[in-house]
Design a protein around this ligand. Structure first.
Ligand code: 13P
Ligand code: SF4
Length: 347
């Protein structure tokens, strides 16, 4: 027989399904008008839209329709470097725009808003990080792409979540010790998987850190055949109950390849747009984030990714606002570990 706690949990799970996504702020005619103007300006300005999976569906759709890309942070960097457009509109968060600029200094990089940052970037100030590295000169410095250009400039390697494991294994094979920054959860996952000797910076993603193993297990009681897909920025307890752990693009691939018809997804809900395309007919459930007293059962949406909209993409294209500019010397120093990641991923 179910305990009162179990029944309460199930009620909360049902409430979770009733949770509606925020309604579109614009009517369909207005949306079409924006899209038409953006399409025209992308051609006129020799620009290309490079979007992350966490951005609004409308942005992802437009990037696809106009020959841009929708991708994880590694592929965004690769795509921007390969594309011939002289301007890239990077819809995502600031580190993605900076990465594009560092790799393509000759291109103009615009963002819908420069205010779109990332809690990992904020939690790793360059001066404090440099002091930390200076205390451990015998360690190889590996930083996540979700960092400022100044932090990258202090690193030996930059990695994204889709290549972090391979780079760590490569360094472990060489007997290297690693300083890992800024995401402690991703670092812990890598440490467990590779056994590499790591010193972790104490940073985290405010979105992924909120996923709760208990909430996911409660949901699995309602959907016992569901598989659990987890981004490795999530806490250890959540990673441990996952059927697949990986970067955004790796999770989309798992959604496609796993036999399960129902998938509980512990990452930003923006990913559902591409997951549904990759695995049509499957049921996708947002992993719960709230504790038992919380008003919000799933808050799985990055507030900074949500700052990207059709309106500010249009304004960036029309007015050249929110351009990414990075100090020359910093660019040269940050390019080295970034290029190393791209070369490694190509090898
Ligand atoms: P990916 O590299 O997996 O796209 O992740 C970027 C990110 O910010 C996840 O929160
Ligand atoms: Fe940063 Fe987390 Fe947002 Fe990704 S989801 S951009 S890690 S705050």
């Amino acid at each position: 027989m179910l305990s009162k706690q179990d029944i309460d949990d199930r009620i909360l799970v049902q409430e979770h399904f009733a949770h509606e996504h925020l309604p579109q702020q614009m009517g369909s005619a207005e949306i079409e008008a924006y899209k038409d103007k953006i399409r025209r300006l992308l051609i006129e300005k020799d620009a290309c839209l490079v979007a992350h999976y966490y951005t609004d569906d409308l942005i992802q759709q437009l990037a696809d329709e106009t020959g841009g890309c929708v991708a994880d942070s590694l592929e965004m960097a690769r795509f921007g470097s390969r594309h011939s457009a002289s301007t890239l509109i990077v819809a995502g968060v600031r580190f993605m725009g900076e990465t594009a600029k560092i790799l393509n200094p000759e291109k103009r990089i615009l963002m819908p808003t420069l205010e779109a940052t990332c809690s990992l970037d904020i939690g790793c100030p360059a001066d404090e990080f440099a002091a930390f590295c200076d205390q451990h000169p015998d360690h190889e410095v590996v930083v996540y792409a979700n960092t400022s250009a100044a932090v990258k400039a202090r690193a030996d390697w930059v990695v994204t979540s889709s290549i972090a494991l391979q780079v760590a294994e490569h360094l472990a094979d060489q007997g290297k010790k690693i300083i890992w920054a800024p995401d402690k959860h991703l670092g812990e996952y890598i440490r467990k998987e590779t056994g590499v000797d790591m010193l972790l910076w104490d940073g985290s993603c405010i979105v992924h850190e909120e996923f709760k193993a208990k909430g996911i297990l409660d949901l699995k009681q309602v959907y016992p055949d569901a598989a659990v897909l987890v981004h490795p920025e999530s806490p250890d307890a959540v990673v441990e109950i996952a059927d697949a752990v990986g970067s955004t693009s790796q999770l989309i691939k798992s959604a496609q390849e796993l036999p399960n018809e129902t998938l509980i997804v512990a990452t930003d809900r923006g990913i559902f747009y591409k997951m549904q395309q990759a695995a049509p007919g499957k049921r996708f459930l947002e992993a719960p984030t709230g504790g038992s007293g919380a008003a919000c059962r799933s808050c799985a949406h990055c507030p900074w990714m949500a700052m990207n909209g059709l309106d500010n993409i249009l304004s960036a294209l029309e007015n050249g606002t929110d351009e990414i500019l990075v100090d020359e010397d910093l660019m040269v120093r940050a390019r080295r570990p970034l290029q190393r990641m791209l070369d490694f991923s190509a090898s």
